[in-house]
Write a protein of this length. Structure first.
Length: 430
């Protein structure tokens, strides 16, 4: 079993980092190569989208220290923003003291929507659909024999009625489909399209849209963690102070949509990074997450933080997680395949549970920083490095230039350029 605690990982040169990963997992040289060159060839890319002119790369970092449902997992994260990987890894380390994250999921059921317009008799249409319901479900169930073989298939057909809309009344049927390890869009869209003629016959109406809903509120993963207050103490802040500060930060997001948007953005920093690393559709995840956050009529925090009777900090994140481990880019993109292998997840549900745990860890990292020293302090060093690189510092110069900017509490490209000039022309002053 992998050990996700690799001491001093961040200090290792790239080859040693890769070797350390290889030691913990069954990744081979070929898998590693996917990260070395970004994974995609032009030919691969040219088959994925249209008008392809090249490739666009982003860093892959490893989230360390994660333990999810008792299993250590090394988490690949793809994003451009500094501090996210380090923040999530640090919070995963704190959560380890109580066994890491516990996660659970509902079955991987997606919703396909079928809109039916021009219905002359609503009551009769509803009665007819109800009468044919089991036949329609059976029909949808037979559409994807592969999914059926692995235990998936159509589960239900739910009727929703909209009496008032800009085009008058219409019906919407929700086809509930268990998509197992797929993200499910293809299976569900196909099933909805195939059912359309039968539904027109049953309702006497005209089927209009037939499409998956990204509000995947039947495919929800919940991750939770417990952190003893003593683990939270640092730099003169007591554990209780940090814990209560985190709870007050959560309270802000719970009641104010302006804050909730930013709070949830922090959660998505962690979530999207793993979704991207595994070749999944992060727009679908974003759409589902924010719609879910507003499901009770006002937009609120996706996570909850409170203290238990023993005074430990308790956290929970519940979110729709429509990700797959088969189909789409997950199977085409070599780096996505390597990412799934690195995590050692066997099902889409296991992948979802790791992703939501990373979201919770990332949320904790952000609100812990905000509730104590502020976000800029942690950000400053990494931000300074980016500014130094943007100003033209080479790899031998980046550390010294960024350290000098942090010292001067001014992180600007013009200052970095001046410092680079001084370093090159006047040498080190110290
Ligand atoms: C920045 O990318 C994310 C944060 O704004 C999240 C938050 O405010 O909770 C730091």
């Amino acid at each position: 079993m992998a050990n996700s605690r690799i001491a001093g990982f961040f200090k290792l040169p790239k080859e040693q980092k890769l070797a350390a990963l290889q030691q913990q997992t069954d990744l081979n040289q070929q898998d590693m190569l996917a990260w070395d060159n970004g994974g995609l060839t032009y030919e691969n890319a040219d088959h994925m989208i249209e008008n392809v002119i090249g490739l666009h790369s982003l860093p892959v970092g490893i989230g360390l220290n994660f333990q999810v449902n008792g299993r250590d997992v090394l988490v690949p994260m793809v994003l451009e923003e500094p501090s996210v990987v380090a923040g999530a890894s640090f919070m995963a380390k704190l959560a380890r003291s109580t066994g890491g994250f516990t996660a659970k999921s509902t079955p991987p059921e997606m919703i396909g929507q079928i809109q039916v317009l021009n219905i002359a008799d609503m009551e009769q249409a509803i009665t007819n659909v109800n009468l044919r319901k089991s036949q329609l479900i059976e029909m949808a169930d037979g559409i994807d024999p592969i999914l059926k073989k692995f235990g998936g298939g159509a589960r239900d057909l739910i009727i929703r009625r909209f009496d008032q809309s800009p085009v008058g009344p219409f019906l919407v049927l929700h086809l509930i489909y268990d998509v197992r390890d797929a993200m499910g869009a293809n299976a569900v869209n196909t099933a909805c399209e195939k059912l359309a003629p039968e539904i027109e016959q049953a309702t006497g109406g005209k089927v209009h849209l037939k499409i998956l809903s990204n509000l995947a509120d039947r495919r929800v993963t919940t991750a939770s963690c417990r952190i003893p207050a003593s683990e939270l103490a640092f730099d003169g802040y007591s554990g209780e102070e940090v814990r209560d500060g985190i709870i007050a930060a959560y309270a802000f997001a719970a009641v104010d949509p302006y804050r909730a948007a930013t709070h949830n953005k922090g959660i998505m920093n962690g979530i999207d990074a793993v979704v991207m690393a595994t070749g999944n559709d992060w727009r679908a995840i974003e759409a589902g997450a924010h719609a879910f956050a507003a499901r009770n009529g006002s937009y609120t925090s996706l996570s909850k933080w409170w203290k238990n009777d023993a005074g430990d900090l308790m956290g929970e994140l519940e979110i729709p997680m429509a990700v797959g481990t088969i189909g789409g880019a997950t199977k085409v993109h070599p780096a996505a395949k390597a990412a799934i292998k690195l995590m050692g997840v066997r099902t889409a549900t296991e992948l979802a549970e790791v992703i939501v745990s990373v979201g919770l860890a990332q949320n904790l990292a952000a609100i812990r920083a905000l509730a104590t020293e502020g976000i800029q302090k942690g950000h400053m060093g990494l931000h300074a490095r980016q500014v130094a690189i943007a100003a033209g510092a080479n790899s031998d110069e980046v550390d010294v230039i960024s350290a000098r900017m942090v010292e001067q509490k001014a992180i600007r490209v013009d200052l970095a350029e001046k410092l680079i000039w001084e370093l090159r022309n006047l040498g080190a002053k110290e």
